[in-house]
Write a protein of this length. Structure first.
Length: 301
């Protein structure tokens, strides 16, 4: 443990280890991805994709290594014992900070198959890691303003097609489709602007979850619902690297997915859409109450 070092020194060491770890594993990742790019057939993909996922899993494991080396964070994790490293899961979580991704990967790595995130289109341009996300078939979603959608209604179908194509690939090998239902990181300003009815959450967006269920619902074993709480306040990414997060609380629960949500048309069927939104709102209400309980020192079960 390097907890005796000043936070800034730990942050520099952690960042250096993260960069070196990323460059090393991405070199291997890109080499095998070229095979898939040159030979884009199912037989090749079925063999190459598990290898790419294994490389990414080792990258995550090494990230957990430098986190343990540079951080003295107390981890309070519950609910992961019943997870299985096989099959398909739909994973949902609240979203407070960029550090959430490292938290989710650290807690769930090798307990369930690798997490595949829905990402903003702009993130493909992040040096090195953007290409890694592309190589691992992470779906990149375009965001359109209300004005753009009003002028070009056909743009509404772009994310739908992106999701469907990504899920077709995910169906080939065991995968966890990860979604931050809030669509963006929580801030008080966003919370106020939305008029969110929840104390600790933004309003959930149901579209991506509904599309994933429509495309792969018969594959998913369950919904893995994750709640992340930072009792000392959500850290910035730099604060996380510096090991300035005293405690991280993670609660995981498996929930059954109603079968009727695996076949409906969220975009066109108003009754289905209302039912799906009510289901998600109930999940979100429970999550909000759970966060409140955890912040007040209760178990939050």
């Amino acid at each position: 443990m390097l907890s005796f070092l000043p936070p800034a020194a730990r942050g520099v060491i952690a960042l250096l280890l993260l960069v070196l770890n990323t460059l090393f594993w991405c070199t291997l990742l890109f080499a095998f991805s070229l095979v898939k790019l040159v030979l884009p057939v199912r037989a090749v993909r079925v063999r190459i994709d598990p290898l790419l996922n294994a490389i990414a899993t080792l990258w995550i494991a090494c990230n957990s290594g430098w986190m343990r080396l540079t951080q003295a964070t107390a981890w309070d994790v519950d609910g992961v014992a019943g997870l299985r490293y096989a099959g398909w899961y739909l994973v949902n979580s609240n979203h407070r900070t960029w550090a959430d991704i490292f938290v989710l990967q650290h807690v769930l790595n090798r307990r369930i198959p690798m997490l595949k995130f829905f990402l903003k289109q702009q993130l493909i341009y992040v040096p090195v890691i953007g290409l890694a996300w592309w190589a691992l078939d992470f779906p990149f979603m375009k965001r359109h303003s209300a004005g753009q959608l009003a002028r070009h209604p056909e743009l509404r179908q772009q994310d739908r097609l992106t999701t469907m194509r990504a899920c077709e690939k995910f169906a080939l090998v065991p995968t966890c489709v990860m979604n931050f239902a809030e669509g963006t990181r929580f801030t008080r300003a966003k919370h106020q602007a939305q008029g969110s009815p929840y104390r600790h959450l933004l309003k959930p967006k149901a579209g991506a979850l509904a599309l994933a269920l429509n495309a792969m619902g018969d594959k998913f074993h369950s919904l893995v619902d994750v709640t992340i709480v930072y009792p000392g306040g959500a850290p910035s990414f730099w604060q996380f690297l510096c090991g300035s997060t005293p405690r991280i609380v993670v609660r995981v629960q498996q929930l059954p997915i109603p079968r009727e949500f695996c076949a409906g048309d969220y975009a066109e069927d108003a009754a289905f859409r209302d039912a799906f939104q009510r289901w998600l709102s109930q999940l979100w209400q429970h999550k909000d109450e759970q966060i409140e309980a955890l912040l007040n020192g209760r178990s939050g079960g």
